[in-house]
Unconditional design. Sequence first.
Length: 322
Amino acid sequence: MLTIKLPQIFRVHQVPRIFWEDGIMSGYRHPKSSALDCVLSSFQMTNETVNIWTHFLPTWYFVWRFLVLSSSLDFCQEPYHWPLLIYLLLVCLYPFASSCAHTFSSMSARARHICYFCDYGALSLYSLGCAFAYGAYTMPDHWVSGVLHHYFVPVAAFNSFVCTSLSCYSRFPELEHPRLSKVLRTAAFVYPFLYDNIPLFCRLLFCFWSNCAWNEAMAGYCYHLLFALLTGFLFASHLPERLAPGRFDYIGHSHQLFHICAVLGTHFQLEAILCDVCSRRAWLQGRLPAPGLPGTFGTAGLAFLGNAAIIGAFTAALPRVP
């Protein structure tokens, strides 16, 4: 009878410092696990198990939403839906990349860095996908066809390079200057989030000031912002495990809650964008030219290649880091 031996689990002082997580005292995998051990560890309780599944399962939820929408929307022949297509593809990418990063990050210290480089790149591209969707469907009425609208997506593409570069660099001073590393990584993701949401913030403010009709899209955006705020708080604070080290090693630590809030925020964002796609279509198509291939798939493709090049450059620099 074939038996599978599950990988051994270690306490914090039994693994190199680069693998330590704030407030997590146990549940660590072997720091030189094989790829098979990493996969098997997702089926036993470690401090990464819930991290893996809280993004792996939502990946398939978003894939399912994409397939359902593909059956009702013509993504190939209708340029109006191209920004939505790019957004949906990147929504499917970022939780999958995160799940893979958490799964295989214990293969070695170098593999850990590379896994999270890819994770950061996927998040940067997701922020660009948000800019595509917001620029196409969510802009305030009086900003449509304005200067900010014209440059909104190209600047977001540039921001994705800044985000990936800064977040990847933040791993280099992680041991010697952990506080600086955390500040750099937090800033790397807060900055593109604030930029991407400028149209949404202004639209919500204008709606409050002018007492406009409250619809499903506006409610969805509010829920999205609420969960985004919770996501940022959990990422920066490391609560609750910082208050009770060792109590939340397996269930309930901040990164697990961070994953859940991020997915819920994306869900509400997706539903709100779909409301705008349908309800504002006639109005937007009467004021904007149809999206072109260079401005949509061309920009997205260049952003993907640029972020891949940045990840490659930081990966090449790893051997020179003590």
